[in-house]
Design a protein around this ligand. Structure first.
Ligand code: CA
Ligand code: CA
Length: 584
């Protein structure tokens, strides 16, 4: 029998060739590196986290626009099912008639893009004792060739066959028993899959790792804490920075700086940009110095795995102002000069513009109501002007130190949820939050696998009418052009389109569309649970589609303190929603 099938296959192939069948796109081989680099321009698919290596989250599609958006209706909703209904922070990937989404508890799903029918589901077998700090979320996958790749809560990276959901390779990023985990979407650069790590609240050591996308084998590893040795193809590759230059004693060995939100890739400069989280422990009095490279952006050469430049947004962080926020490349003319720039809306409440070729400071602008910890950013040095009473006090003996009110809260002026940049308006659309906290320091010692904070906190509202605010920021002037307030904290990503629209979700359950120029709310749809995922758009058969994940969760319900009353009635969920225009 076996032989007969083979003969038949050969005969069929031969007859096709004889008939001179026209070459059709071989989607079976899957997207190539060039396809990924071109993702921002290819409107028929969504191949990368952020909709392009720069992650601007912009599509030039304009069938859905300010005039037509009121006809946007659901095509289908697909449930992730099971009892694992927690925060759904994923961004869908769309390729060749399939939508891939990751779900809470390290799951991945493939759905038919037209019907919502499930093609396959993968459930990572997670060990007992995983230590995700902030819900069991996942933010998305990377696609390349026959593979779809995502990171799991036990700090593994798993490559699945995108047509079958079967495991091709599975590699450990870090030891989950020491507090390592992973939730970010991997990125692909030069056929390498590049990831960060999570666990800054457990005294892990932040790092960026590059692997061969075909085998998962480690190519380079670059620690983001000063003093640690990097590797390239199994050999030592130089220490990050200079040991003990910005850390005292052995503190750098458990220094935090987790790269937990992943990175962006700029093929032009050959750099990947990764944000780094808080230094560990939170209690800053225990670790004098700037504590490089925590609460910063680091630019790493894709070929050498070495840090080319860094920019620290919160030196000697004492408020858990993780600097992980995405660094988004964009080109603009500033003062008559064409510049290669990058922008970041930091957890500390300031929006930074840097020269992305060398990290040089261009400008920083407050994008939230209040920053108590600093009174602006020094426009010459780029360092914050710390306020004298903004830092929580040092503990005395076994007693906690002086409590201070600090704003933004540790959950940030902006947290993980990615902003968008519109090439039409030249504006960044920042999903931000206005909230503060009481924070204090406590004594703490490092213990493997235990929380390493040395601090306590209670989050508090600071405005009567809102916590969330979607804000349109002009990166050239630092002006906020418009804002749209929201009662509950915003926790979802943003999408900008050529239809002069900006989409984002709310914990109250809505996916909303705003006029990109004015901020006027034009459309909303209730998805049945909080929206904390990132919307995407693509076209197929002459129609424009919009998709988003619904499913309330993430860090806010775990750590929300006094702001919890704004979201106490929100139901949990776990579903993919897909929309298109209703045609009469
Ligand atoms: Ca595309
Ligand atoms: Ca943190």
């Amino acid at each position: 029998m076996k032989g007969r099938f083979k003969t038949l296959a050969v005969a069929l192939a031969a007859s096709c060739a004889a008939m001179g069948a026209p070459a059709v796109a071989d989607n079976h081989a899957g997207p190539t590196m060039n396809d990924l680099l071109n993702d921002a321009n290819s409107t028929g698919d969504v191949l990368t986290y952020g909709m392009g290596p720069w992650q601007q989250r912009y599509s030039k599609l304009n069938m859905v626009n300010t005039e037509t958006v009121n006809r946007l209706v659901p095509v289908f909703s697909a449930s992730l099912g099971g009892e694992k209904q927690r925060g759904q922070e994923a961004q869908p990937i769309v390729y060749d008639g399939t939508i891939y989404v990751t779900g809470s508890y390290s799951r991945m799903f493939a759905f038919d893009a037209k019907t919502g029918e499930k093609k396959w589901e993968y459930n990572a077998r997670l060990p007992d004792g995983i230590m995700p700090c902030c819900d069991v979320v996942n933010r998305g996958a990377a696609i390349h060739g026959d593979k779809i790749i995502f990171a799991t809560l036990d700090a593994h990276l798993v490559a699945l066959n995108r047509e079958t959901g079967k495991v091709i390779w599975n590699k450990e990023i870090g030891d989950y028993k020491a507090g390592y985990s992973a939730t970010a979407a991997p990125i692909i650069a030069k056929d390498m899959v590049i990831t960060g790590n999570s666990g800054g609240e457990f005294g892990i050591v932040g790092a960026v790792q590059a692997r061969d996308v075909n085998t998962g084998e480690l190519i380079w590893d670059r620690p983001t804490i000063e003093g640690h040795m990097g590797t390239l193809r199994g050999k030592d590759n130089g220490i990050s920075g200079k040991t003990n230059a910005t850390w005292e004693g052995d503190l750098w060995k458990t220094g935090g700086g987790a790269t937990w939100l992943g990175g962006t890739y700029d093929p032009g400069t050959n750099l990947v940009y990764f944000g780094t989280g808080n230094p560990a422990p939170w209690n800053s009095h225990l670790r004098p110095g700037d504590n490089l490279y925590t609460s910063a952006t680091v630019a790493i050469d894709v070929d050498t795995g070495k840090i080319k430049w860094y920019y620290q947004t919160t030196p000697h962080d004492g408020w858990d102002f993780d600097g992980v926020n995405e660094f988004i490349p964009f080109d603009a003319t500033m003062n008559g000069k064409k510049m290669q720039l990058g922008a970041k809306a930091d957890r500390n409440g300031y929006f930074y513009v840097l020269d992305r070729t060398n990290g040089k400071f261009i400008g920083a602008h407050k994008f939230v109501m209040q920053t108590t910890w600093a009174d602006g950013i020094d426009q010459k040095t780029g360092r914050p002007n710390f306020t004298s009473d903004g830092r929580p006090g040092a503990p005395t003996g076994a007693d906690k130190g002086e409590v201070v009110f600090a704003s933004p809260s540790f959950l940030g002026g902006k947290n993980w949820m990615p902003m968008a940049y519109s090439q039409d308006t030249g504006l960044f659309y920042i999903p931000s939050n206005d909230w503060g906290m009481d924070i204090w320091n406590e004594p703490i010692a490092y213990k493997k696998g235990a929380a390493y904070l040395g601090a306590g906190f209670t989050i508090k509202p600071i405005a009567d009418d809102h916590i969330g605010a979607l804000r349109a920021m002009d990166p050239k002037t630092g002006k906020i052009v418009w804002e749209a307030k929201n009662p509950a904290p915003l926790w979802g990503g943003v999408l900008a389109t050529g239809g002069n629209l900006v989409f984002t979700g709310t914990p109250e359950g809505y996916l909303k569309a705003f006029d990109a120029k004015t901020g006027q709310e034009l459309w909303k749809f209730q998805t049945g649970s909080g929206v904390v995922g990132s919307p995407v758009t693509w076209e197929d058969g002459g129609e424009q589609y919009v998709a988003v994940m619904s499913g309330w969760g993430g860090a806010v319900p775990l750590w929300g303190g006094e702001v919890a009353k704004t979201f106490k009635d929100i139901s949990q969920g776990g579903s993919l929603w897909v929309f298109k225009l209703y045609n009469q």
